[in-house]
Design a protein around this ligand. Structure first.
Ligand code: FMN
Length: 168
């Protein structure tokens, strides 16, 4: 192993623009988080999704504290999570756009407890909120899984360097 006694550069690298670039080097998938709340479909796209625990079965995503959708969405009895496929770049943008049209033309499945999933996705999870953890300008939402379904074996949508698909 080669050791270099060079410290990592200073706080200048922690400004939000540079930090966003650095975080973006790490690729992630994209999910739709959605539910029916008071008879209305609500949801958003999230690239912060990650698996957390097998026992109990937990996953997580982080929601910006500025989200206008989350205060209503978090009231849902159950939340649906759908892992998007590589053909879903446009859909992901739509699910991050104006809330009133996020589900326009989107085929959805509504579970008995209000979890909303997209049958065209790669995997679907029926979840409830297990815990919400304050984390700076975001909240980490831990979700407990109640049901899982996955049948589609096509490629996942990848978000990398603020765009879809891997890039050098
Ligand atoms: C690919 C992609 C990934 C996103 N990931 C997240 C995320 O992990 N957390 C988050 O709070 N917002 C994320 N967003 C933004 C939300 O989808 C949404 O636009 C944002 O929450 C603002 O809408 P709202 O005020 O209705 O919540 C992402 C958007 C895109 C296009």
């Amino acid at each position: 192993m080669t050791e270099h006694a060079v410290p990592l550069a200073t706080n200048q690298d922690l400004d939000p623009v540079r930090l966003r670039q650095a975080f973006g080097i790490f690729p992630s998938g994209v999910v739709a988080v959605a539910a029916q709340v008071d008879g209305v479909l609500a949801g958003l796209a999230a690239s912060s999704f990650t698996s957390v625990s097998l026992d109990p079965p937990l996953v997580s995503f982080s929601i910006a504290n500025t989200s206008k959708t989350w205060p209503g969405l978090r009231r849902a009895t159950h939340l649906g999570i759908t892992i998007l496929a590589d053909r879903h770049g446009g859909l992901a943008r739509q699910l991050a756009g104006p809330p009133a049209t996020r589900f326009d033309g989107v085929e959805v499945l509504i579970g008995p407890d209000g979890a909303v999933t997209l049958p065209d996705g790669l995997a679907q999870f029926d979840t409830t909120i297990y815990r919400e953890v304050e984390a700076g300008d975001h909240t980490i939402v831990l979700l407990r899984l109640h049901a899982v379904q996955h049948a589609d074996h096509s490629l996942p949508l990848v978000f990398h360097r603020s765009a879809f698909g891997l890039r050098a």
